[in-house]
Design a protein around this ligand. Structure first.
Ligand code: ADP
Ligand code: MG
Length: 322
């Protein structure tokens, strides 16, 4: 059993890695990153708090993966190339086994995504993870929320709703079979950020957002920022076999209001249909057209027969009364 490390040994042992793209990585007062001519920095921060974003006792390897994945997802939704990140970590104890699993989960995803850990902060306290990611994107190619236009098609990647289906199973709201649980639990605990798809959509898509708080709620951010509306065909959203097996009302609730999917929701001119499919193929991520952007503000939700769905699907809000 290794002894608990002190603060600086902890950083050196679990987090310090070569950062070849950085001028200077971990170890000084600041990291130094070279400016890249002709590119812009895309910067995003996400905090994960125990008991709020993940359950107490979460498996540390998956937690390390997820903390970076949700941040990479923001870079993906901007069409940015991941480059560097910082990690601010509050830990109740310096448990070597926990730290080893946590850092290896995080750094495996970092290596796979080409992003380098260049700094951070470490303190004792209730478990809390705060990451800042930096990515690069050419000016004019960032996939901004205010760029949707009337006449665009609305697309989504993957099978949104699986993470909510898994969460309901864990909370005892419903019971999945062991086989179904085995498929959807990793969608909640170890989401795959759609970085390759975001890059492939540069210059093809207009607006994009990642689904963290619910498809309709996140779509609402795009609609408001762009001053447009949307028609969504609820039954055209792809469902995983596990989600397709549940009753329609629950499936729709998981797909439309479930958070934590980290799929990309994006708009593109309708005539770019084939280009979108090619981009998805390059990124090896399935995408589906689920509606249209219209000039009239507001959201119209339809079923497969074109009938209006009156149900409300509120998105997740940390400060909403519940
Ligand atoms: P300072 O006192 O200047 O804030 P620290 O002693 O907190 O510096 O950190 C020493 C070095 O280790 C810095 O380069 C900092 O960026 C890095 N660092 C601290 N904690 C972490 C962490 N959890 N992950 C990565 N780098 C870290
Ligand atoms: Mg510090």
């Amino acid at each position: 059993m290794p002894t608990p490390p002190g603060e600086f040994e902890l950083i050196a042992r679990y987090f310090r890695r070569p950062a070849p793209h950085a001028v200077l990585g971990i170890g000084d007062d600041c990291a130094l990153l070279a400016c890249e001519p002709g590119l812009q920095w895309a910067v995003s921060t996400d905090m994960l708090v125990e008991g709020r974003h993940f359950l107490a006792g979460a498996e540390p390897r998956q937690l390390g993966h997820k903390a970076l994945a949700v941040n990479l997802s923001d870079l993906a939704a901007m069409g940015a190339q991941p480059r560097a990140f910082t990690l601010a970590l509050a830990l109740p104890t310096a448990d070597p086994q926990w730290l080893q699993a946590f850092s290896s989960g995080m750094l495996a995803l970092a290596d796979a995504s080409g992003i380098e850990l260049v700094g951070g902060d470490t303190t004792r306290g209730p478990l809390n993870l705060c990451l800042t990611v930096l990515g690069l994107v050419p000016p004019e190619l960032a996939l901004r929320r205010d760029a949707a236009r009337a006449g665009d098609a609305l697309w989504v990647s993957g099978t949104p709703g699986d993470a909510r289906l898994a969460l309901g199973h864990l909370r005892g709201e419903w019971q999945l079979s062991p086989a179904q649980a085995q498929v959807v639990l990793p969608r909640l605990h170890a989401p795959q950020p759609r970085v390759g798809l975001g890059l492939a959509l540069r210059g093809v898509a207009h607006a994009a957002i990642d689904i963290s708080d619910g498809l309709l709620g996140d779509l609402g951010h795009v609609l408001r920022a762009s001053g447009v509306g949307a028609v969504v065909d609820a039954d055209s959203i792809p469902a995983s076999p596990a989600l397709a097996a549940v009753a329609t009302a629950r499936r729709r609730a998981c797909q439309l209001a479930g958070g934590d999917d980290y799929e990309l929701l994006f708009t593109a001119p309708a005539h770019r249909h084939a280009k979108i499919l090619q981009a998805a193929e390059r990124a090896r991520v399935p995408v589906a057209r689920i509606g249209s952007i219209v000039a009239e503000p507001g959201l119209q939700l339809r079923d497969s027969a074109g009938r209006s769905i009156a149900e409300h699907y509120p998105s997740f809000d940390h400060f909403a009364a519940s």
